[in-house]
Design a protein around this ligand. Sequence first.
Ligand SMILES: [Zn+2]
Length: 411
Amino acid sequence: MNGRARRTPRYITTHYANRGTRFLVFPQVRSLSAFRTPETIHLAARPGTIQAGPRDAQMSVVDALGKRPYFSDGVQHASPPYRGPRSRRPARPQRGHFDHIRPVPATAREFSAATVYAVIRLTLMVWEHYLGRPVRWYFRRAFPRLEVIPHIISGTAYSRPGYIECGVLRRGRRVTPLCENFDIVSHETGHMILRDVIGHPSQPQSVECRAREEAFADIVSMVTLLHFRKVTTHVLRQTHGNLFSRNVLSNLGELSRTRTIRRAFNDSALSTLDWDPDPDAFKYALAAPLTAAVFDILVDMYEDALVGRGAIRRKLAQASFDSLGREQRDVQRLFDEAYRRRAPRFEEALIEARDRFGFLLARAWRRTSPYDLYPTVARTLVEVGAEMGGRPLARTVRDALRFRDIVPAPA
Ligand SMILES: [Zn+2]
């Protein structure tokens, strides 16, 4: 059993070309020069089936005007459906598609609405594939539909029962709508996927369980990002195939200040964390070693695939490890050389690793319960590794976790 029971499209973003519905998405912040123009993606829905809004049977984007957050200062003031003033120009399809709505001032609001919808749907599509079943809203008893508000008066994005709503990030004179930030929206969708698969009790959860969800939500957005060809080619060109480095993949949500702590390529380990009495802050610090360990597993799988394809030597894969966030110069030189000669094999290896990794996580999450702490989560990951890749993969998983002092609970 190699975990590839279902055939995975090379890139889900383009797999439904000719039969899906088109949208425009910025996979990374558009201030990065490689991502200045948006990518066309195809959602798995026949043209004409997604209504203006956009809106479908499970979710609806509501372009509210001057709305304050439903939740602030620890209090839920109101909940969906939103009944206040809204834009008179919702995002409307043209011949069933939404990719005519450009990110230009004249259609800025419509673009926000269309693109946030597309990123949520895309994230669901990718993970429904690895999970092998549709995701259902964990809050469906109270709210049958997810309400998405692209613009609220706030500096944060909220994902709470029944809704996702996004503020704006102000940096000097630059104002970035969070709803157009791929990492943030995909991460928030990740929370909803994890709560459906793992469960979401109404009783308070310990900070470690909340940290686990933060780490895995980052992984959800990272794997979704790897379904853009533009991203895989960019990340490989940028690093010459050495993924243990700072790159668009490992620096999740890099340009949003509050989230820089969650770098997948980071030097955190459980034993070196600084405790913070504020649980809302500490959960991010506690998430970092788990995000990093799981990222290390992905990179190890990828290097294995490189060796399997004769793109690099086993010796280089062994010499290359996450040196706690520091780049290794001699390793980089060898990668430069291998990449110059055999670049196409690197893309193949990354796709293969992405899918094995996606299936591994999906299977581990299905076996996780809401109150599982790190040692139990680690044991589950090692067990699934053993089932999918025998002893070598189990060892890879265990080593990556141990390196961050996340020690698997005894079986
Ligand atoms: Zn989060």
